[in-house]
Ligand binder design. Structure first.
Ligand SMILES: *[C@@H]1O[C@H](CO)[C@@H](O)[C@H](O)[C@H]1NC(C)=O
Ligand SMILES: *[C@@H]1O[C@H](CO)[C@@H](O)[C@H](O)[C@H]1NC(C)=O
Ligand SMILES: *[C@@H]1O[C@H](CO)[C@@H](O)[C@H](O)[C@H]1NC(C)=O
Ligand SMILES: *[C@@H]1O[C@H](CO)[C@@H](O)[C@H](O)[C@H]1NC(C)=O
Ligand SMILES: *[C@@H]1O[C@H](CO)[C@@H](O)[C@H](O)[C@H]1NC(C)=O
Length: 437
């Protein structure tokens, strides 16, 4: 029977109408039962996610009670996230990383979270990070590593498991970054080219240095491709295009976010979204900025030579600049609303805390940097909040070490050791499994 005929005949045949109604009722009942099942399964899935152990029977018993709330929970999961508090920040040199570290210090300190600390500003740098370089842990899993370390995948992955931690670092346009490092570290003098920031840089770039001279002093390792050095690449591969590209690709896998100093606010807002933090958590004032007189003049030729001498860092920067903008694009409109909101809040805070003047601040050893001047007569609570933003890294570190050792008193403390035989097994990987003849 054709459809139209069926519908036409319906009006005349009460039995068929009844049959159709019956079918409808059956369908509705089926839907209800089926829907209930789905809810139930979702519910169990949601629940078992955060349950541990043997509570299955209780889950089943509670499932019906929770059924009505299941769709709410799903919505929650989709729209809410919980703040990430396990963060490895690979602190690169002269790329705005002190400002990021200050953000982490404030966040962690105010919540009594733990930091991986060393007995110096640098933890083991310039050697690759090893557990033994850090001060003893208190037996709990550390929340932050944000001091200067050199990247070491295996050890860091052990301390900050990838699936439950976030890996962040920051890079900067190499032209600006290299000039900054060269003069900050006094490389002109190290290589016998004098103190003049402009002249010594230009002379250095005439021919660069021999491979063997890169280890002349501790910090002279930063005299070529400083960012890739901090990120753990071996300098013997600096001139190997294939190795550099592979290494950059491996960093892309390793880091959840590579911030770009040249787009600092954008980077910080991306970080906020990645970590599910609040605006208040990411407010900052620039830290460890040098005075203009310490800047060298950089002519076009010198800029071009910086790019050529640091070709590997150029590729690194270009790669992650692209990645950053791709990520921003993927965040959609909401990102720019957040960015505007963040900048507004930042300006408000600056107004609240600081005058327009800058002064000298002793940062590391004999290094001074610009510091914002606090407004006089701030209410005590505001004053503390404002001061923390300009607190130097070393002052924070000293304070965190004391805080940590008082926490440690009487508590079991273990010094994890990579060579600890109990934890080492051939079976961590099977690629080169021993297979004798
Ligand atoms: C459930 O786990 C607890 C401890 O986690 C244990 O004491 C108990 O025996 C377990 N019950 C069953 C039925 O497995
Ligand atoms: C089940 O519900 C009871 C009462 O509402 C509650 O005390 C219990 O913790 C619940 N169990 C689980 C596993 O959620
Ligand atoms: C359902 O949600 C309401 C409000 O969010 C809550 O008060 C209630 O305890 C929840 N019921 C169950 C069974 O989880
Ligand atoms: C970074 O990438 C953006 C987008 O592709 C581009 O417009 C910008 O010029 C790049 N910045 C630098 C400093 O290269
Ligand atoms: C501080 O800066 C603001 C805006 O940039 C300006 O309006 C104000 O006059 C400045 N104050 C002083 C004391 O320079």
């Amino acid at each position: 029977m054709a459809g139209s005929e069926f519908w036409a005949s319906l009006t005349h045949r009460p039995t068929q109408l009844k049959f159709l109604l019956f079918l409808c009722v059956v369908c509705i009942v089926c839907l209800l039962v089926f829907d209930g099942k789905i809810n139930y399964q979702w519910d169990e899935m949601l629940f078992s996610k955060d349950s541990i152990g043997n509570e299955t029977t209780e889950v089943a018993a509670n499932a019906t009670a929770r059924e009505s709330n299941a769709s709410e929970n799903l919505l929650d999961m989709a729209t809410k996230c919980s703040p990430m508090q396990y963060i490895l920040f690979l602190k690169t040199h002269k790329a705005g990383s002190s400002t990021v570290t200050n953000i982490f210090f404030r966040y962690g300190d105010s919540r009594d979270l733990s930091f991986v600390l060393g007995d110096d500003t640098l933890i083991g740098w310039p050697t690759r990070f090893r557990l033994g370089q850090a001060l003893a842990f208190d037996g709990t899993r550390p929340n932050f590593l944000c001091s200067h370390t050199r990247f070491n995948k295996k050890t860091m992955n052990h301390l900050f498991p990838k699936d439950t931690s976030r890996y962040i670092t920051i890079v900067r346009n190499p032209v600006a970054q290299f000039e900054s490092i060269f003069n900050y570290m006094g490389m002109g003098e190290v290589y016998g080219l004098g103190k003049d920031p402009t002249g010594s840089l230009k002379a250095f770039l005439k021919k660069g240095i021999e491979f063997k001279d890169i280890t002349k002093t501790r910090s002279s390792r930063l005299v070529r491709n400083p960012m890739l050095f901090d990120l753990g690449m071996d300098y013997k591969f600096y001139q190997n295009a294939g190795a550099v590209k592979e290494y950059i690709a491996s960093l892309e896998k390793e880091f959840d976010l590579v911030m770009i100093s040249d787009y600092f606010d954008e980077s910080v807002v991306l970080m906020k979204r990645l970590l599910c933090w609040e605006f208040d958590d990411i407010l900052y004032v620039k830290s460890n900025e040098r005075f203009d007189k310490e800047r060298g003049e950089v002519s076009e030729d010198v800029k071009e030579n910086i790019r050529r001498w640091n070709k590997a860092d150029m590729l690194l920067f270009e790669h992650f600049n692209q990645t950053l903008w791709r990520k921003i694009e993927m965040e959609g409109e909401g990102f720019y609303n957040d960015l505007a909101m963040f900048r507004r809040k930042k300006a408000e805070l600056k107004d609240l805390c600081f005058t327009n003047e800058t002064s000298n601040q002793l940062m590391y050893g004999n290094k001074y940097a610009k510091m914002m001047t606090l407004k006089p007569n701030l209410p005590p609570e505001t004053k503390v909040k404002c001061e923390r933003m300009t607190r130097t890294e070393n002052s924070y570190l000293a304070y965190l070490r004391t805080k940590r050792s008082s926490k440690l008193k009487g508590i079991f403390s273990a010094v994890p050791n990579e060579d600890d035989q109990e934890k080492v097994s051939w079976d961590v990987a099977s690629d080169f499994k021993y297979d004798p003849v």
